[in-house]
Design a protein around this ligand. Structure first.
Ligand SMILES: Cc1cc2nc3c(=O)[nH]c(=O)nc-3n(C[C@H](O)[C@H](O)[C@H](O)COP(=O)(O)O)c2cc1C
Length: 354
């Protein structure tokens, strides 16, 4: 299938403007998701790896490969992503307010480097619309495919009021999520990355963990696993500060990494602003995953993301210390069944993660 995708489908898709091609893919997946019995069947076939499920943060993952945030921004096709073989799907980033995102063009492909630059700016329908959609699609925690909801700050919300945005989105969406990803690392929302600094992160994590605890007590449930998604452009000492806060507030895991604003190697002359993802990001993401794993002695659940586009690159993430991996750009270049291929290749290693 990968062969046909790369030889036949990709050349056709790549003739389209990148965002049109994306919208086309989304529409196709949206339609597939409506045929529930077919999705359920495909899910059980394509997620299977021959290995055991992976238990992490109290969640059972059918395999190690998830769809990274940003592709299914509105929770429209988590079910079809699962049908393609993804062992978990992270929907979002969703913001409290509905917003159109940045002006087009805002998505750029670099096929010779298997890379993407995007400055989408969290275009999404807002937390309430996502909640309605997840409800209608019968998304609930504990299903066959874990669904993470990635939340961020609305553009119109100032940094001083950002925490309220996150807490409101958390309350709106927690009932549908197996875990909540706290996104403080996208480069395309003004000031968002400042939330990674000590003064802001303390307040954000304090308020979110408080909201999580209160909700759990009220409903008599376990607290929702919270994971923090970080940028690749942090220094190791900044990461160390973040890890201390993760420990202090009992955050359950970390996603490393988001896109980079660096322009390594062949990208030094590229003028487009935004976050770079795909193969040129891989090395930096690996370094960060490795750093986190060593610093936390392998005890903090790590979801490794950045340039995973083959069994080899996924294996390198696992060797660096990732418990699960996610991918986005790789699927654009290698096709819709990449997750299935990678998950099967990783399966023999699974037993040591449980
Ligand atoms: C077009 C595009 C949109 C993205 N949107 C989001 C987003 O909304 N929230 C987020 O946390 N990450 C977003 N990401 C980052 C990915 O989730 C991932 O962290 C990053 O692309 C690195 O993985 P990759 O190399 O496999 O693409 C986006 C990436 C791309 C390419």
């Amino acid at each position: 299938m990968g062969f046909y995708y790369e030889r036949v489908i990709r050349p056709l898709l790549f003739r389209l403007d990148p965002e049109k091609a994306h919208d086309f893919g989304v529409t196709a997946l949206d339609y597939l998701g409506r045929i529930r019995f077919l999705c359920r069947f495909m899910e059980s076939v394509n997620q299977a790896t021959g290995g055991r499920p992976i238990e992490l943060m109290g969640i059972e993952f059918p395999n190690a490969v998830g769809l990274a945030a940003g592709m299914d921004k509105n929770g429209r096709f988590w079910r079809s992503a699962a049908a393609l073989g993804f062992g978990h799907v992270e929907v979002g980033t969703v913001t409290w307010h509905r917003q159109p995102g940045n002006e087009r063009p805002r998505l750029f492909r670099y096929p010779e480097n298997a890379a993407i630059i995007n400055r989408m700016g969290f275009n999404n329908d807002g937390a309430e619309a996502m909640a309605k959609r997840l409800k209608a699609s019968l998304c609930k925690p504990g299903g066959q495919t874990p669904v993470g909801v990635n939340i961020g700050k609305s553009k119109i919300t100032s940094l001083d009021h950002a925490v309220e945005d996150y807490v409101k989105s958390f309350h709106m969406l927690a009932e549908f999520a197996d875990y909540i990803a706290i996104n403080v690392s996208s480069p395309n929302t003004p000031d968002l990355r400042k939330l990674q600094s000590a003064e802001h992160l303390d307040v954000l994590l304090q308020e979110l963990t408080k909201a999580n605890g209160n909700r759990a007590r009220k409903l008599g449930e376990k607290a929702k696993p919270l994971v923090l998604k970080i940028a690749p452009d942090l220094s190791f000492s900044e990461i160390e500060g973040i890890l201390q806060r993760i420990e202090a507030y009992g955050i359950d895991g970390i996603i490393a990494t988001n896109t980079t604003i660096e322009r390594p190697g062949p990208f030094s002359q590229v003028k487009e602003s935004g976050g770079l993802s795909g193969r040129p990001l891989h090395r930096r993401s690996l370094e960060i995953v490795n750093y986190i794993s060593r610093s936390t002695k392998g005890r903090l659940p790590i979801i490794g993301v950045g340039g995973v586009d083959s069994p080899e690159s996924a294996g390198a993430m696992v060797d660096a210390g990732a418990h699960l991996v996610q991918l986005y750009s790789g699927m654009i270049y290698r096709g819709p069944f990449l997750a299935k291929q990678v998950a099967r290749a990783l399966a023999p290693r699974q037993k040591k993660w449980i």
